[in-house]
Design a protein around this ligand. Structure first.
Ligand code: ATP
Ligand code: MG
Length: 174
């Protein structure tokens, strides 16, 4: 079997995309591997995991890039500029190759909402460091991203407590 850094995509409408990426991070950290998480939409990391992450601070770095994104903004050019800055940062993290795993949480929304040309993302992924794992989460993964990835899982929404009026539970949802 070949050894290689994988491109993984967690997409679909069901819950578990960000959660799955955190599970992979935990696994890599257990091997003493360095992990970087970049959150493209502010707030997708919740209190519970933010507190847990502090315990891995020597190996785990995370960055919130989503400040200012709304997708409904009147100022599209400003949003595009923020998306560009966020992506440029992620690109440098991948290329500098300081992490065994780079998680790009909610990245799919940038090309989906036309904040960023997806070709830019694909060309960085095509040339990523060979041993590095890159994990991408978010709804609406494109056909081209799915084609490029080594592993793609679609979370399918079958049941969610929200639909029965159950509010978000501590330790489970946040
Ligand atoms: P999680 O962070 O819990 O793994 P996710 O990354 O798969 O969820 P996102 O699309 O990023 O899902 O949305 C995050 C928030 O939306 C979470 O609070 C999650 O519980 C909620 N959510 C996700 N899927 C559903 C759903 N099918 N119905 C209602 N709420 C949902
Ligand atoms: Mg998510």
């Amino acid at each position: 079997m070949k050894t290689k850094g994988l491109i993984a995509v967690f997409t679909g409408n069901g819950k578990g995309k960000t959660t799955s990426s955190l599970g992979l991070a935990l696994r890599a950290l257990g091997h003493g591997q360095r992990v970087c998480i970049i959150q493209f939409i502010k707030g997708s990391w919740k209190y519970g995991e933010l507190e847990s992450a502090k315990q891995f601070s020597t190996l785990l770095d995370f960055h919130v890039m989503g400040r200012g994104f709304t997708w409904k903004s009147d100022d599209i050019e400003k949003d595009k500029q923020l998306a560009r800055e966020a992506w440029d940062y992620a690109k440098s993290v991948i290329e500098e190759n300081r992490y065994a795993m780079v998680i790009l949480d909610e990245l799919t929304y940038l090309p989906h909402y036309k904040m960023l040309d997806e070709q830019e993302i694909l060309s960085v992924l095509e040339k990523k460091p060979k041993e590095q794992h890159v994990v991408i989460t978010g709804r609406y993964a494109s056909d081209a991203l799915i084609e490029l990835a080594d592993l793609v899982t679609e979370m399918k929404d079958i049941k969610h407590p929200y639909k029965n009026g159950v509010k978000a539970q501590k330790g489970f949802e946040f």
